[in-house]
Design a protein around this ligand. Sequence first.
Ligand code: 26W
Length: 792
Amino acid sequence: MKTDILNRLKYSLGKDAENASTYDWRIAVSLVLRDQMVETWFQSTKETYEASPKRVYYLSMEFLIGRLIEDMISNLRMEDTVKAAIAELGQDYNTIVHDEPDAALGNGGLGRLAACFMDSLATLGIPAFGYGIRYEHGLFEQSFAQGQQVEKPETWLTQRHAWEFERPEARYRIGFGGHVEHHEGKAHWHPGEVVMATAHDTPVVGWKGEWGNTLRLWSAEPAKEFDLESFNRGDYLAAGRSEALARTISRVLYPDDTTESGKELRLKQEYFFTAASLMDLLRRYLKDHDDIRALPDYVAIQLNDTHPAIAGPELVRILVDEHAIPMDEAIPLARKCLAYTNHTLLPEALERWSEHLMGRILPRHLEIIRAIEHAHQTEFPDSPRILEHGDVRMGELAFIMTHKVNGVSALHTELVKETVFADLHRIHPTRIINQTNGITPRRWLYGCNPSLRHLITDTIGEDWVADLEQLTALKSKRDDAAFIEAFTASKRENKVNLSNWISETMGVTLDPDAMFDVQIKRIHEYKRQLMNLLETVALWNDMRDNPNADWTPRVKIFGGKAAPGYFVAKDIIRLINDVAHVINTDPVTDDKLKIVYPPNYNVTMAERLIPAADLSEQISTAGKEASGTGNMKFALNGALTIGTLDGANVEIRDHVGSENFFLFGLTAQEVMERRTHHGYSRAAIEASPRLQRVLGQIAEGRFAPHDPSRYHGLVGMLYDHDYFLVTCDFDSYFDTQRRADTAYRNPANWAAMALVNTASMGWFSSDRTIKGYARDIWGAKSVTQAKLEKSA
Ligand code: 26W
């Protein structure tokens, strides 16, 4: 290993050990690891061609990968080797691994789920490709100026991305605009603009490096060469215009995670990567198969939300226009290959493109969408329409063009059947199924929590990493004092590490014995960070009213970005920082209550915060959080959840036991019912003196003395438009927080409850989720499993 690293330093970076920077060492180590992975990767690719199994294609606009170096090291089982080599080379392991920028090619839950799924597909030995966009700039970098969010372009690619291989041979022409000509019943699309899609492959090797899949990300490049004439004429801008235009398509990730932008560039991004991916997988299929009608037997395409839903019309276009399959055969043929996952019920997140824009950017596809609509309407006359009020509804298109639609938690799937797709569900009663989300235990326990990982492995061996349900064996340890002590020590070690990091980076001193209460996720009104903050101010008031009472010290940790155009969310961020400033400088509560909000929350920060958490905030308005996955990560790392009966919280509580979960709030049914009551928020406020007092303080500028009216809007909204029922759930939330305070005062019992959480989270492994997709949707098999069975 040592020699390999020095060779890479020399021959790939042109550096010797004396002059190498941390960056050089990191790239050298990464390239050596990549060499290791290539063996497995090639072997897997070879075996796949030989076995010609069904392949899975996961199409996603987002892959929220984070850092890869530690994940690669642990999956290849090379920690000790790498650590020893780096030490012998006189370098510091942590300095090198922490130098890697996050690959932040996603907004939040949907993007991170795609990354966890890629790890599970490889670990399970299921042949798969992830297809997405190689954004030059991922999710913006967040900083705070006077407590307000400021966005800066993210720059991960200004450095060499060590893990990828450019694939110039996998290059496709992607057309936009233009017009369609029809001759003798055949359609010919003549695009007005063409860009090139070039593939960049990152090998994805699973646990123990037994199988390797590919994450293929597309970047946009100009189709035609540099315009030398314009240049020679001195019109330099014109010379670079087509290049700049082309590159724009893969330039930046849209930072919205709940509101569709409706922007032309976004539609072009969606079609760009979807079309390149379909061309690529069909080229691969036709290399070994000549009957396009057998495609559904060898290809399963999963649409990660509606963002790649244009795949339906695009596949039909290819079948009809390039393979002369009749339209009424092409539509069902395409449907058999496609499946769609819905991740949200929020109306503003359901994509709808104007027919006008679709007709201008993708004229042939609009024709095909009309044909799809006609075929479906003919068969089901009272079916909801794809084309409505001049819009193309991508949810309806995805539903009608796929053979399976799944929700991401049991509650969410029921709500999908009862609300957004109620009418289509009546027509296709077996199409909607559930696949409750999961998380990869490799990153979210083995990788991010070494002290707990070692304790578990020392207790039950290491097979849990690829068979997480084995954690249930730990339940028997809840009355084992020595084990509980070690379990508690692990949590405290993580809290001390976090306290050191917070004091280094934010200059705030935390008491590691206080309860670490953490809410980290995108800022959104339905996730109710505001309710958390209102409870914090109410607690502060009580502490100041009664400073000598026996308070449970509490540290409130917030993390999360707001979409740049989401002003209410930005106001909430500002209020959290304004309140933190006042409370953190209050001598009365100095040793009882602190609020910290580290800027630029991302995957790497989640890996730092989650192992140190005692309490996990999953407090969304019931019926709004499709699943949540942070909730699973916290419980797996021994945090107790305070939460509503929303998304996967319901199933987490079923698995850990209601006695090990702090439940509060209205149910989804009750939320819908309460909304019918006029003035429900004013009534709730009038019924809660505690809430009234807090809202009064905020409205009068207690936390913004130089701008007292700063939060009039926010408080006014709670009085009159409290759409997410913060006011109605406040008191039960406050009381439940006090129950948590009391419980925390009994450390042994708290640790026992936390242990039961960890031990009960096996089912929430993304390995279980992927097995569900493979069984119920894709009909895909594990090649490694098949090999094992054959050799047995
Ligand atoms: C068009 C703009 C846009 C972009 C992203 C709209 C919606 C999205 C995503 C669907 C939002 C998202 O990340 N949803 C989250 O998906 C997770 C994975 O299934 C769930 O666990 C979360 O509950 C859900 O909010």
